[in-house]
Design a protein around this ligand. Structure first.
Ligand code: ADP
Ligand code: ADP
Length: 232
């Protein structure tokens, strides 16, 4: 479902060059929840940004849902991104829009009619448990509720893949658990493949099937979660 083939990413050139990713190979099957852990600066964000092509790799290819996205034109890329949802540490909600309109945003950008948007947004809000908050603004919500809105928005375009960039790092442990529970549910019910990056071992232990360790731009280990944590 997600495949990285010898992916490298270098920022800058010459003396200022930063080799953020070095020949990363990764294959995540459909329906998996795959974690990538690593210290700050290891290259986790760069990895995830290469998968939805917020960055283009310097070298190598990325394939999502059978399509090699690395070679796409910018227009084709915008189409391909509809199949990739993403959530962030700081939620990235639009403060001037209420909950409903935040979730509706991707559908508006796709040019969907208002009626279809309403039919799509209401069940999404129900799924994330925020049906009664549709008219509230982000400033009126808790961190966990904001992330639920972001999850609903990420799912609006019916993606096959959900990318989570430190999605629980700004949340307290109890809220983290409830968000992880929701992600597990989404994976289970909708069959969405999840790639999540985090510096928190507990997150990986609690929901990932497999986990990779990234260090200095290299994916140095990739194993089933049980094996990973019981390894000598
Ligand atoms: P992580 O998410 O694991 O903290 P990043 O992928 O953000 O790691 O960063 C990997 C390396 O690339 C770091 O050395 C970081 O400073 C560098 N880096 C990240 N983004 C940029 C950028 N836009 N320009 C230059 N260097 C960058
Ligand atoms: P911008 O950086 O374009 O001004 P934001 O960072 O506020 O916009 O992004 C608005 C939201 O749109 C993001 O939080 C994210 O959920 C979604 N989004 C933006 N770019 C992408 C992308 N490449 N893939 C998936 N979702 C995206």
């Amino acid at each position: 479902m997600i495949e990285l083939n010898n992916v490298s990413k270098t920022y800058g050139t010459g003396r200022d060059a930063v080799h953020a990713l070095k020949g990363v190979n990764l294959a995540i099957p459909k329906g998996a929840i795959h974690g990538v852990i690593g210290l700050s600066g290891a290259g986790k964000s760069t990895l995830i940004r290469c998968v939805n092509l917020l960055e283009r790799p310097t070298q190598g290819t990325v394939t999502v849902d059978g399509q090699e996205i690395t070679r796409l034109s910018n227009t084709a890329l915008n189409q391909a991104r509809h199949r990739i949802g993403m959530i962030f540490q700081h939620f990235n909600l639009l403060t001037t829009r209420n909950v409903f309109d935040n979730v509706a945003l991707p559908l508006e950008l796709m040019g969907q009619p208002r009626r279809d948007i309403r039919d799509r947004v209401s069940p999404l809000l129900e799924m994330v448990g925020l049906s009664d908050k549709a008219d509230q603004f982000p400033a009126q919500l808790s961190g966990g509720q904001k992330q639920r809105v972001a999850i609903a928005r990420a799912l609006a375009s019916n993606p096959r893949v959900l990318l989570c960039d430190e999605a629980t790092s700004a949340l307290d442990p109890q809220t983290t658990s409830s968000i992880l529970e929701l992600l597990r549910d989404i994976n289970h019910k909708l069959g969405i493949t999840i790639l999540l990056i985090t510096h928190e071992m507990e997150v990986v232990k609690s929901i990932c099937h497999r986990v990779g360790l990234i260090s200095n731009g290299e994916l140095v280990e990739d194993a089933v979660v049980g094996d990973f944590f019981t390894a000598p």
